[in-house]
Design a protein around this ligand. Sequence first.
Ligand SMILES: NC(=O)c1ccc[n+]([C@@H]2O[C@H](COP(=O)([O-])OP(=O)(O)OC[C@H]3O[C@@H](n4cnc5c(N)ncnc54)[C@H](O)[C@@H]3O)[C@@H](O)[C@H]2O)c1
Length: 361
Amino acid sequence: MIDLFKDVSEFCNFEIAEAHKVPIAIIGAGGIVDGAHLPAYKIAGVEVVGIFDVDQAKAKDVAGRHRIPKVYSSLEELLADPRSIIVDIAVPASLQPAIFYQVAAAKKHILAQKPMATTVADGVKMAQAVADNGIIAAVNHQLRFEEGMAAAYRMVELGWVGKVTNVTIEVNLVTPWEMWPWAKDLERLEIMLHSIHYHDVIRWFLGEPNTVFCVAGRTHGQYPVGETRTISTYAYDEGVTALVHANHINRGGDNRAEFRIDGDLGSIRGTLGLLYDYPVGRVDTVEVNSQVVPTDGWTPYPVTTRWFPDAFRGTIGSVMRAIAIGTPLRSSVAETVGTLRLVEALYQSMDSGLSVKLGNQ
Ligand SMILES: NC(=O)c1ccc[n+]([C@@H]2O[C@H](COP(=O)([O-])OP(=O)(O)OC[C@H]3O[C@@H](n4cnc5c(N)ncnc54)[C@H](O)[C@@H]3O)[C@@H](O)[C@H]2O)c1
């Protein structure tokens, strides 16, 4: 069984080769940088030369605790520092495009937080800025690098479940929305900020759907204004389907976060450990039951790392590998404009009550 999983575990090895490592600077000293980016960079041995946040006290606090040598007093000062090769941006999505254009114009390579923007039009302009400035730029869709999900992806690629007929992701959570005061009044909340991860990985697994349908809910007493439950379905050719059901106001006290991939020759099922007690969580699980390889029923793949912070090594490492040896990015700005298109289609469906066609038909 250990031999069987060798290829899968190599695909899930997100260590960054010493020769590929380059220094980075960070824009934004918020919760995700403090709690996931910087711990991941410490594990990976990535050098952070400086950080900028409009909230200078926050930047100083984060820099002090993570031993970052420089707090920039302006974006211009950060961009003028020749030591940083990659700029890692992690600010709320509505503010990100304007910063992104400036960083691109300074010819720094970029890792942008998800969602990269709140509109498809901005995403397209950002992809154009990447091309115009000849830089490498990825979006931090790090669920594509989360060990359980990445292992499942590789098992599918190896043909262990045959042709995939359905991907389902279901989460029922108590999400602490109070952690993001800027998100309280967002009309577009759940898919834009959270389920975008699931919709992005379904695109990664299955490509663009023909049509999508989405309904959304809110519940009395919830903190944010936007939708906190979404149910999205996808239709592909030949009866292939996908489903995302996400609820963030679970009053039953039984958090769960599960995914399942069914194929015509087997199935993969797993859990996203992070979400059982966000942002602490626990290790993921992933199991495979295959008619192609000798799994003898449901067989666990031994996941040893976590979505937070470990998967963040994957996204920054992919940018470093692309710079060093030209390896294609797994979640480039250009490719993940498709995720913004999908998100837009889901909101159109939610607003209209109708299913929405995407580009393939
Ligand atoms: N899994 C994930 O990838 C994940 C998880 C959480 C958050 N996020 C995303 O990361 C981004 C930041 O989230 P967060 O939880 O850290 O939010 P946060 O509110 O904790 O931090 C945002 C920070 O950005 C700073 N900021 C705002 N405008 C700025 C500007 N013009 N220049 C420099 N700094 C500026 C703020 O002062 C604040 O410190 C959001 O887009 C969010 O959706 C991603």
